[in-house]
Design a protein around this ligand. Structure first.
Ligand SMILES: Nc1nc2c(c(=O)[nH]1)N=C([C@H](O)[C@@H](O)CO)CN2
Length: 119
């Protein structure tokens, strides 16, 4: 299966279950893999045939940075739904890391995989 991916996308947003967390911005780092048939773009060398990762990045960053969330699970779920709704992506894997929330660790996070249901 071909894929297009975005690695280590860093965004700041209002995220967390505690009151103090709703008053600050915290950093999330996302790794995103999307199933996409790259053969046409590989032959045509034309961006119109490719899954444009710049556009995916813009959509995701704008959504997360303008939102307010309690759980990282919700962020991951909404990103998966958005990308599959706006682009021709039938499968997505998201690894989302919330930085600085584990005293002796880099962070904590979730990994989700979602597929579009066939009609
Ligand atoms: N599974 C999750 N566990 C926790 C979350 C979360 O979003 N998903 N969030 C928190 C707090 O917001 C924490 O990050 C504050 O330090 C705790 N556990």
């Amino acid at each position: 299966m071909d894929k297009v991916f975005i690695e280590q996308l860093e965004v700041s947003t209002s995220i967390g279950v505690y009151d103090w967390e709703q008053k600050i911005k915290q950093k999330l780092v996302l790794d995103i893999e999307m199933a996409y048939d790259n053969r046409l773009a590989g032959r045509s060398d034309n961006i119109v045939d490719a899954l444009d990762y710049s556009k995916v990045n813009e959509l995701i960053s704008t959504h997360i940075e303008s939102g307010r969330f309690f759980l990282i699970e919700r962020v991951a779920e909404e990103v998966a739904e958005l990308v599959m709704a706006y682009f021709s992506v039938s499968w997505i894997r998201i690894r989302l890391l919330k930085l600085g929330v584990i005293p002796k660790g880099k962070g904590a996070g979730v990994v989700i995989e979602r597929s579009k249901r066939r009609m």
